[in-house]
Design a protein around this ligand. Structure first.
Ligand code: SF4
Length: 491
């Protein structure tokens, strides 16, 4: 006789975490709901939808094989799906792990679902709250150091392993020349994958696995072939390789197939076994126990209205190049957007220094940009994208998360990418038809917001640089041409 309905969201696909960790096939029914809102509510990237749906269907099959009564229900909404489960199994109590967005939390709570703690992270929401309430400013580095100490990761006798908290001096290298990048895994497709592809009318790439086993292979491949050089090239953008030494693990971490703990342990084992140097292992660990946990913690700490910030009053509509890479001649942007069109993914530096930098310096509306980022990336969730976009990417919160905006001109991209040499534009020029739009827009952005940023000690030097520009009137004129050209899809 069944006693409970366990609801498993599409981002909680883990048998040892959340509501399944004490599940009993004799008494529990497991329900997954594919809501129409999830599939049709927005123009989601097909690769993303394919990954999420196929992973959930594989997971449901795995639970069935373990003897559970499992229902994978397609319904208009999640609540409709749960009502259908109750219609079949009776008015049983429903339990789930704490949902990962404000919206779903409120909906399920209102419906009477009882929550168990969300343990898909290493930091509980309460623990983060206690940390945040003690801070004067929310500097990620402080949180990261506290995490290293609390979790005893890469620590020796209370001190950071190797004597330093970070190895940025060894990292942040530009892309290497004549370098042989190791091949990335390709995942073969099974019958479930093919059914989902047919349902979505898409031809998925072989980039993303849709099972835990595939996620574990991806982890193993990263540890064996990429981790050793992850740190030095983590900020580079290569023209001949779309992934460099990045792990490609975020989709599996974010839908539950992998957990942060096993991923971090694998990296630390590689360090202890002498397979990867400290500068790479520390840089990777920072992403997982630092950034990822911090962003999730801040999402819940900052509250539901945080997404609506627009402190820089940015009102430009989303540029056409974001939805069609052929709508720009900017080589770096075109290449990054076309990567996303293919695989629904690009690593953190193109996201920050190309896409977000462009949205920031063009004054693109933060909520429009957030919506686009949310729909396009395979690893996006509300908790990931809201703080990352509103706080970090476009500084729409006025500095709650980051002390300064990440605006940069073409010089940075010329150093860190291999695109400028074959571009129509010249990163060194800020005026004239061949000027790099990033360079022009960078100065225009500083000029538009100089009154605000001159008071910021991390920005005042950059703002004061405006005084040296003898061609500022000409630059302002060129910036207007660039903005009109970007709006028209001709720049
Ligand atoms: Fe991008 Fe400017 Fe370099 Fe062209 S010149 S690739 S637009 S940074």
């Amino acid at each position: 006789m069944h006693e409970r309905i366990l609801y498993v969201a599409h981002d909680h696909l883990n048998f040892e975490r959340g509501v399944l960790k004490d599940a009993n096939p004799a008494t529990d029914v497991v329900v997954l709901v594919e809501s129409a809102r999830m599939t049709q509510g927005r123009p989601w990237h097909k690769e993303r939808l394919f990954f999420l749906l196929s992973s959930a269907k594989h997971f449901a099959k795995m639970l069935t094989n373990q003897g559970f009564a499992v229902r994978y229900i397609q319904a208009a909404t999640t609540i409709d799906g749960l009502l259908a489960a109750r219609a079949e199994f009776g008015d049983l109590p429903i339990q789930s792990a704490e949902p990962s967005s404000f919206r779903q939390f409120a909906q399920l709570q209102q419906f009477g679902v009882k929550f168990v703690e969300n343990d898909f992270f290493l930091t509980s929401r309460n623990h983060f709250l206690m940390w945040a309430e003690k801070q004067k400013s929310f500097v990620m580095e402080n949180f990261y150091r506290a995490q290293r100490t609390r979790l005893n990761i890469l620590m020796t006798d209370g001190e950071p392993e190797g004597g330093r908290w970070n190895y940025d001096a060894e990292n942040r290298l530009p892309p290497p020349k004549n370098y042989e990048w190791p091949a990335y895994l390709e995942h073969s497709r099974d019958e479930i994958d093919m059914q989902v592809a047919k349902q979505l009318d898409c031809s998925p790439t072989a980039t993303w696995a849709t099972t835990r086993q595939g996620g574990l292979l991806q982890l193993q491949n990263f540890i064996e072939n990429h981790l050793h050089a992850f740190g030095p090239y983590e900020d580079a953008i290569a023209a001949d390789n779309w992934a460099l030494h990045h792990s490609l693990l975020s989709p599996y971490l974010n839908n539950g197939l992998l957990h942060a703990e096993e991923v971090v342990n694998a990296a630390i084992d590689a360090y202890k076994n002498g397979k990867a140097p400290i500068e790479s292992v520390e840089a990777f660990v920072r992403q997982i126990i630092g950034w990822r946990e911090y962003i999730n913690g801040m999402y819940w700490f900052l509250g539901e209205d945080y997404r609506n910030h627009n402190q820089l009053h940015a009102e430009r509509k989303l540029l056409p190049l974001f939805t069609d890479s052929s709508k720009t001649k900017m080589k770096c942007v075109r290449s990054v957007v076309s990567d996303i069109e293919k695989r629904s993914w690009t690593h953190h530096i193109p996201r920050l220094m190309v896409l977000s930098n462009l949205a920031l310096t063009t004054g693109t509306n933060p909520q429009e940009f957030l919506t686009w980022m949310r729909e396009q990336f395979i690893d996006s969730s509300d908790w990931v994208m809201v703080p990352n976009v509103i706080g970090m990417a476009v500084h729409a919160d006025g500095g709650i998360l980051m002390t300064k905006p990440y605006a940069s001109g073409g010089a940075y991209l010329n150093r860190m990418t291999q695109h400028c040499k074959s571009c129509n534009y010249d990163p060194k020029l800020r005026v004239g038809e061949n000027a790099c739009p990033f360079t022009t827009l960078y100065w225009d952005f500083l000029d538009r917001h100089k009154d605000r940023f001159v008071k910021n000690h991390r920005m005042s030097q950059q703002v004061n640089g405006l005084k040296r520009l003898t061609d500022l009137p000409e630059l302002k004129l060129r910036a207007q041409q660039v903005l009109s050209g970007l709006d028209a899809g001709t720049i």
